[in-house]
Design a binder for this molecule. Structure first.
Ligand code: IDP
Ligand code: MG
Length: 159
């Protein structure tokens, strides 16, 4: 008998994705949204905001003692970001694969950072890294809540 418990269980998740000010300034919003759509993820919230110092600090609180933190705050509050929530099986890790590693110079071609990025701070996009951080970030940026809707094409995305 195969050991079924060894098979990883895929669960429906929602991840917080944000196009950072450099991605918005460079006109990459449509390109980035297109990649998430084409992958088969479902959009459940979307808006453009100019982050306040307070929301930026809360979002990146885990990095508050790092030397790059002041620069990161200046960057994130410098202009509009595009906030999104994307739903799908394992959407948190799937999104991180689409995004690629932090430094664009080390990110593989085919990933968003690998295709468009050349730096560490200016890396165009944020994606939640775990279920608890995703929930924290979704509540922070979307206190109004997310949309619940049925996307008919999802029946052709999952077997
Ligand atoms: P991640 O976005 O790939 O999860 P984190 O390590 O969580 O990367 O860092 C959060 C953000 O802080 C990065 O996306 C990047 O914009 C910025 N950052 C991280 N490390 C550096 C650095 O060494 N110099 C400048 N900015 C950095
Ligand atoms: Mg991170």
């Amino acid at each position: 008998m195969p050991c079924l418990s060894a098979i990883p269980v895929s669960i429906m998740e929602t991840t917080y994705i944000m196009v950072k000010p450099d991605g918005v300034q460079r006109g990459l919003v449509g390109e980035i949204i297109g990649r998430f759509e084409r992958k088969g993820l479902q959009l459940v919230a979307l808006k453009q905001v100019i982050p306040t110092e307070e929301i930026a600090r809360t979002h990146y609180a885990v990095h508050s003692e790092r030397p790059f933190f002041p620069g990161l705050m200046k960057f994130i509050t410098s202009g509009p970001v595009v906030c999104m929530a994307w739903q799908g099986k394992d959407s948190i890790s799937v999104a991180r694969l689409l995004i690629g590693p932090t430094n664009g110079r080390e990110a593989a071609p085919g990933t968003i950072r690998g295709d468009f990025g050349m730096d560490m701070g200016f890396n165009m996009i944020h994606g939640s890294d775990a279920v608890d951080t995703a929930n924290f970030e979704l509540n922070l940026w979307f206190p109004e809540g997310l949309n619940t809707w049925t996307q008919d094409s999802q029946t052709w995305v999952y077997e």
